[in-house]
Design a binder for this molecule. Structure first.
Ligand code: Z5A
Length: 209
């Protein structure tokens, strides 16, 4: 059985990950390929509980190191119980956020050491790496304005503007460092224009399959 392809979708909040994952998946499925979608933190019952702990922790402060380790604990459940079995069964997996989120938020945003994050990545999922990462990019104020149309922000969403500038910059640097893995799409345009780009990307992936 040929291993499926592992695609991750990244970006700061409000750039349109959810909206564009639906488009990407529809294109792949229309070619007769089975796709599993998942998200991080989350994707399994225990990992979703960790997500809930991370986002709504009550009054107790969440140390930055605990935040990083909980992201990887949740990831470990998702990789072993959902992502790896699906890939081995030949399905394609589309994951809403993965380890590049830890690099961008905990590394770029919080300033935790990137070499520790890379070591955790190697340890937790060294054998499961994304084949392609779609980075949806827009200026911070665009993403925040879109996200603000929803309800009250969770703990990470409540961070200041500068935090998200650091996160965005880190994402863009990651894309420059690994041009073979990253595809960057500018989502400060209309949803129709962005979805047309996502459709073209899907066709390229399918033609390479
Ligand atoms: N996190 C972390 O710190 N470390 C980690 O390792 C991991 C995660 C894995 C949860 O992420 C939090 O976890 C996240 C990072 C952290 N915290 N923050 N911030 P999440 O993915 O669940 O939450 P999110 O990034 O906040 O998702 P989101 O706000 O739902 O964003 P989105 O999915 O990218 O956006 P959307 O829902 O598709 O679009 C937002 C709105 O904009 C919606 O009304 C759309 O209709 C509209 N939209 C989308 N595109 C367009 C365009 N092009 N034009 C106009 N309007 C648009």
């Amino acid at each position: 059985m040929k291993r499926g392809r592992f695609i991750t979708v990244e970006g700061i909040e409000g750039v349109g990950k959810s909206s564009n994952i639906d488009t990407l998946v529809a294109h792949i499925e229309s070619a007769g390929i089975e796709v599993l979608t998942t998200r991080e933190p989350g994707g399994t019952p225990v990992a979703e509980e960790i997500r809930n702990l991370l986002m709504h922790h009550g009054d107790e402060a969440v140390p930055e190191i605990a935040e990083l380790l909980l992201m990887f604990a949740a990831r470990s459940f998702n990789v072993r119980n959902v992502i790896q079995p699906a890939l081995e069964a030949g399905k394609w997996v589309v994951c809403d956020r993965f380890t590049d989120s830890s690099r961008a938020y905990q590394g770029g945003g919080r300033g935790l050491p990137m070499d520790i994050i890379d070591q955790l990545a190697e340890w937790v999922h060294g054998d499961v790496r994304p084949d392609l990462t779609l980075l949806l990019d827009a200026p911070v104020q665009v993403g925040m304005a879109r996200a603000n149309h929803r309800g009250s922000p969770d703990r990470i969403e409540s961070e200041q503007h500068e935090f998200f500038e650091r996160v965005r910059e880190c994402y863009l640097n990651l894309a420059v460092r690994e041009p073979g893995r990253f595809v960057v799409i500018d989502t400060a345009r209309s949803l129709e224009e962005v979805q047309a780009d996502v459709g073209r990307l899907a066709q390229r992936l399918l033609s390479e399959n």
